[in-house]
Design a protein around this ligand. Structure first.
Ligand code: NAG
Length: 500
């Protein structure tokens, strides 16, 4: 089943159309002085990195007051801002002038910033990379190519957070996918470098680190006992870290303090994590010492990710396991560990659901129904965030499009209403739509002004914890029998024939 150039072109055109469509909507903090939002944060980092010497970037001083959007991502993000800032200084100098450019907003700046997201998204070949993963899978799974690419490229969380809210997560996510491909094409050193870069662009990528660590140590040490490669991989990782961090010299400790902020509490806003849910029952945030809470979170998170990671470690060490099964276990571990990190770790933001979603996109050929469902509810869990920023319509449009594609691909079959999946999917999305309507049309009681965003967070938590349990079960009981036997399109064709 070849893939024609026309298919690729149309899928890419569609992907660009969705992305630029979303970027017409407002961004985080648009026209909201004095602090604005994520858009201003990114612009401010360009201003800081272009105008101040490197050791000032993460260091609080009268020149760089960190209370105003201090850099809180690792060095590669800062270098990325520096590179973009240099370009902006040429194209629109007033937008990065030191001190006077705070809150700078103009239609041209909005266009340039949106364009820089698009360029970062394409430059680090996230799009092409998604495609290559598919190519690798094509031999084993007869999943229709147009369907996989269209679904992967229209998954709403990635589009909305980067092109709507305003961030550059596409870089670290793209690097992570690249790393997965490297590992499974026998290029472990390059994979290690790509993943190290991902973690150094967004520390959130650490959610995926356990899967990489378990796989690499087990493959190199347990399976191959290949000391030379182990040494080479280790050297590559350390050199990459050195290149990124050494320029900061003695100031590296300040960088670290900014990247892992203890003082910002166990969660930021209403978010579907365990700690937020627990906080509704018995208050934690602001009651206990942040350091103690962070330690507790760390312990719970580590315990919760161990079963999945150990399973991957043992399976990777097994020389008889076919490569395709190993890839599936790796991706399941990536999904399970990152979802548990989302649920249990310290200071989690709503948008971090993108990390399990990335694994979900890669797992779609094996578990089309479940993963489409997961990505759909993850998108809807972001509704309150986008409602605040007035781009909820964009969220609903892209999500509807995504569901429609899945429906066209016969993954969600509406004549399967009698089937359990159809009922569950409709009920779960219906629940979201009910809560979303409540948010818009029902005035909450005076004592609970944030009733509906809180209910959406709790409803999402319920979904996430069930998905975590179900896929742990799948990973730990092997789940080989559950692999897709026929393509969704073939299954669909069979059922339409019956109904005719
Ligand atoms: C940073 O320094 C400014 C003064 O330059 C001070 O007002 C502010 O509280 C400091 N912030 C932090 C996070 O230390």
């Amino acid at each position: 089943m070849g893939i024609s150039r026309a298919t690729i072109t149309s899928c890419l055109a569609l992907a660009l159309f969705l992305r630029w469509g979303v970027s017409l909507f407002p961004y985080s903090g648009e026209g909201k002085p004095p602090m604005f939002g994520d858009f201003e944060a990114q612009r401010h980092w360009m201003e800081i990195t272009v105008n101040l010497p490197l050791h000032h970037w993460y260091f609080n001083s009268t020149l760089n007051n960190l209370d105003y959007w201090g850099l809180d991502y690792p060095p590669l993000s800062a270098y990325h801002s520096y590179g973009l800032g240099k370009m902006f200084a040429k194209l629109l100098p007033s937008s990065v002038k030191f001190g006077t450019s705070r809150g700078f907003e103009s239609p041209l700046l909005k266009f340039l910033m949106r364009f820089s997201v698009s360029a970062s998204d394409l430059l680090l070949p996230a799009l092409i990379v998604f495609f290559s993963v598919f190519k690798k899978l094509k031999g084993q799974h007869a999943f229709p190519s147009w369907l996989y690419i269209t679904l992967a490229l229209s998954a709403p969380p990635f589009i909305l957070v980067d092109y709507g809210h305003f961030q550059y997560n596409c870089v670290s996510l793209g690097l992570t996918v690249w790393a997965v491909i490297c590992l499974f094409t026998e290029n472990i050193s390059l994979g290690a470098v790509a993943f190290t870069l991902a973690v150094n662009h967004k520390q959130m990528s650490l959610y995926h680190s356990l899967a990489f660590f378990a796989y690499m140590t087990s493959t190199l040490v347990l399976k191959r006992a290949d000391l030379l490669t182990t040494f080479r991989v280790g050297t590559m990782i350390i050199s990459t870290l050195g290149l990124l961090w050494l320029p900061f010299g003695d100031y590296w400790i300040y960088v670290l303090g900014r990247v892992f902020p203890l003082k910002r509490g166990v969660f930021e806003d209403k978010v579907g994590t365990f700690w937020y849910a627990l906080d509704r029952v018995t208050p934690i945030k602001g009651v206990y010492d942040d350091t103690e809470v962070a330690q507790l979170c760390a312990i719970v998170t580590i315990v919760s990710v161990l079963p999945s990671a150990i399973n991957l470690f043992l399976r990777s060490g097994n020389p008889k396991l076919p490569q395709d099964d190993l890839l599936k276990t790796f991706l399941l571990c990536m999904f399970n560990t990152s979802l548990n990190c989302f649920l249990f770790s310290y200071h989690v933001h709503e948008k971090s659901i993108m990390l399990p979603c990335l694994a979900a996109v890669l797992l779609t050929p094996w578990y089309p129904k479940e993963m489409i469902w997961f990505i759909t509810i993850s998108s809807l869990s972001l509704y309150p965030l986008f409602h605040q920023e007035q781009s909820h319509i964009a969220l609903l449009c892209v999500t509807s499009f995504f569901v429609l594609v899945a429906q066209q691909g016969k993954i969600i079959t509406m004549n399967g209403i009698r089937s359990l999946y159809g009922i569950l999917f409709l009920a779960s999305v219906g629940g979201y739509l009910f809560l979303i309507s409540g948010l818009h049309f029902i005035t909450p009681p005076g004592k609970l002004p944030h009733l509906f965003p809180a209910l959406i967070a709790l409803y999402s938590f319920l979904h996430f914890i069930v998905f975590s349990a179900w896929f742990h079960y799948n990973q730990l009981t092997d789940g080989r029998t559950r692999a897709v036997k026929a393509t969704p399109a073939q299954q669909g064709r069979k059922s339409t024939k019956k109904s005719q």
